[in-house]
Design a protein around this ligand. Sequence first.
Ligand SMILES: Nc1nc2c(ncn2[C@@H]2O[C@H](COP(=O)(O)OP(=O)(O)O)[C@@H](O)[C@H]2O)c(=O)[nH]1
Ligand SMILES: [Mg+2]
Length: 352
Amino acid sequence: MTTFVLCALRLTCRRHSLKAAFYSSQPEHASARNTGKVVNVAIIGAPNSGKSTLINKVTERKICAASNKVHTTTKLVRAMCYQNDTQIIFLDTPGVVTEKEQKKYNLPDSMINACHKSLRCADVVGVVHDVSNRYTKDFLHSDVINMLNILAETPSFLILNKVDKLKSKNQLLTIIRNLTNGTIAGNPIPGSDKNRSNKIDKHLQKGYSKFSDVFLISALNGDGVEDIKNYLISNAKTAGFQYSPTEWTDQKPESLIEEAVRAKFLDFLAQEIPYKLNVQLEYYEDIEEQQKILCSVAVECPNERLSRLIAGAGGGRLQQIKSHIRTDLIDLFKKTVVIDIHLKIKNKNESL
Ligand SMILES: Nc1nc2c(ncn2[C@@H]2O[C@H](COP(=O)(O)OP(=O)(O)O)[C@@H](O)[C@H]2O)c(=O)[nH]1
Ligand SMILES: [Mg+2]
């Protein structure tokens, strides 16, 4: 009962509990010791629910590529942050992907198994759900439920995201009831039918009955994000650090740059066009003494027509995209970034 009262309190207080507490994900502030507390958190959920945005907010770096299109994240990415002696290791996953979608969006094979791989190493699983999507807000994706059922022994929590987009918050309790089958941490939500989750055929269930907590957040503006961080810290266990306090991701800078470029093209271009592009880093240099990164990226287009469309009148659109990419990379590396981005036509020589 105490747990449920706590949950209920959190649900009501969460939106008002943001503090201006200082914390830093910067390695230089982290403890120099190699042991402390560690928590591995897998973040799963439907595409576009805000998984990557949430991780970037907690870690205070744009480590995970995020865009307004589905399937921005194409590989398993770890993003780490530290507070005092606690290391939080996020596993950003590509979301649930069907075979049809894989073909349609030109997604790599590696992406398909990434979700399952991340779940195996997780101490706790966070499910991000977009409450502003009126078509899907009231039920969890069936693949998400399947994954949670496979991992029934791993503690999990539900994150209701994009609360900022809701005009009225009245519907939230109904959404929570649906997504939890009326049960949080083994306790029925007041007003829910106690035996509801037992009565409904397992295949028809809209939610998952074993979430230990529910959070209401806006990953975009940061509302409620601090609560998730504190919750994760309280779930961390004493262990040796898996990554040194100077590391904030397991990705190579080259790959981070390619993903950031890809994400911004997804943001700026319509429909399926950006999925047809191939992003290749051609040059990369980290000039440590100047705190500066120099890089050059080629974006391969399938044909000349598309290349002209992407460049925009007088190359204006490409310049605009480039400027946004630079801003994201500065936020990521916390260094000066000089970047060249040019368009290439696929197989141009061969096709002429
Ligand atoms: N309004 C609003 N938009 C959000 C929020 N969280 C994420 N988004 C947007 O939703 C889109 C998808 O986010 P992303 O993190 O890439 O989703 P992912 O596919 O689950 O990783 C992006 O355009 C984000 O800016 C939120 O809390 N509020
Ligand atoms: Mg993502």
